[in-house]
Ligand binder design. Sequence first.
Ligand SMILES: NC(=O)c1ccc[n+]([C@@H]2O[C@H](COP(=O)([O-])OP(=O)(O)OC[C@H]3O[C@@H](n4cnc5c(N)ncnc54)[C@H](O)[C@@H]3O)[C@@H](O)[C@H]2O)c1
Length: 321
Amino acid sequence: MKAKEIKTVACVGAGVIGYSWALQFALKGAHVNVYDITDEALNLAKERIHESLKLFIRNQLLTEDETKIIEGRISYTTSMEEAVRDALFIQESGPESYDIKHQMILEMEKYTSDKTIIASSTSGLLITEIAKVSKHPERFVGAHPYNPPHLIPLVEITKGEYTTEENVVIAKEFFELMGKAPIVLQKEALGFICNRLQMALYREVCELVMRGVCTIEDADKAVTFGPGIRWGIMGPSMVFQLGGGKVGIDGLFHHLESSINLWLEDMADFKEFPKEWPEIARKGVDETIKNRSKEIGNTDETLAQYRDDMLVELLKLHHML
Ligand SMILES: NC(=O)c1ccc[n+]([C@@H]2O[C@H](COP(=O)([O-])OP(=O)(O)OC[C@H]3O[C@@H](n4cnc5c(N)ncnc54)[C@H](O)[C@@H]3O)[C@@H](O)[C@H]2O)c1
């Protein structure tokens, strides 16, 4: 099978992640069958898709008529058979539990073709274990999104013990066709790539705040207007390549080695966040929000709107919208 043959996708499980996947696939022209266990869950997904499309209208990326066409590509059903029968790609976004995912797989495999690829949105369960009840574990991949998948391009593709390389390639190509930025993990890693990177940085935020070096607000400001603004353009290694000037990234490390090693020696290496951290973080976030203007978000709702509008601008700059 070729990725471009995939015209119909099934989104099985239509909660926070599932609805957003369905929207992304429909935005890119696929026909999407959304499955969930109750009409209530399906209605919520439909409403979330409708609401999310307003962002595209507000930012003049789509007209109201175009959003209707996109919504028209999406069907909703509580029948697994209807959902997966014609789909060559299934994005599973059910609850994070082996038992429930196993039940879902047994049900979908009654109706799906043998060559259909099944991608799980799991945040941390093992693909080998998820696929163990399947007659065709070779067609299972992990496809871990970042929330919301219709705005964050990254997908971390993981393999199980039996996943074939051919299916990994098809999945990767399919996500590229769907406007995503997939990367394939060559080995299993708890937390995948990005959760580890985020936590490495956040551990140091915690350390700096607990030592009294800076406030939560200033740590956020440091990231947003320091490295973060560059990371929105290119990754840390490319940033260091430029930082090294004529000598590049290797020159930078040779040049700064003695300093860098001193910093590393002094940096956080704890294995558990301090018990008092959630409270400290809460207070710091409340204080930060208090100091923000409405234009850049000063309630959870306006913050989310500001984030999404800025994401749209960034994605436009990356030619991803
Ligand atoms: N929320 C996140 O930020 C996030 C990010 C990345 C990955 N994930 C992963 O995505 C998956 C879904 O997470 P979520 O946050 O959307 O959860 P959610 O609770 O919002 O949605 C789960 C959906 O699955 C449905 N469901 C329950 N039993 C089902 C069944 N037997 N068959 C089909 N659907 C069923 C529920 O009705 C619900 O709509 C999880 O594996 C999670 O780890 C979540």
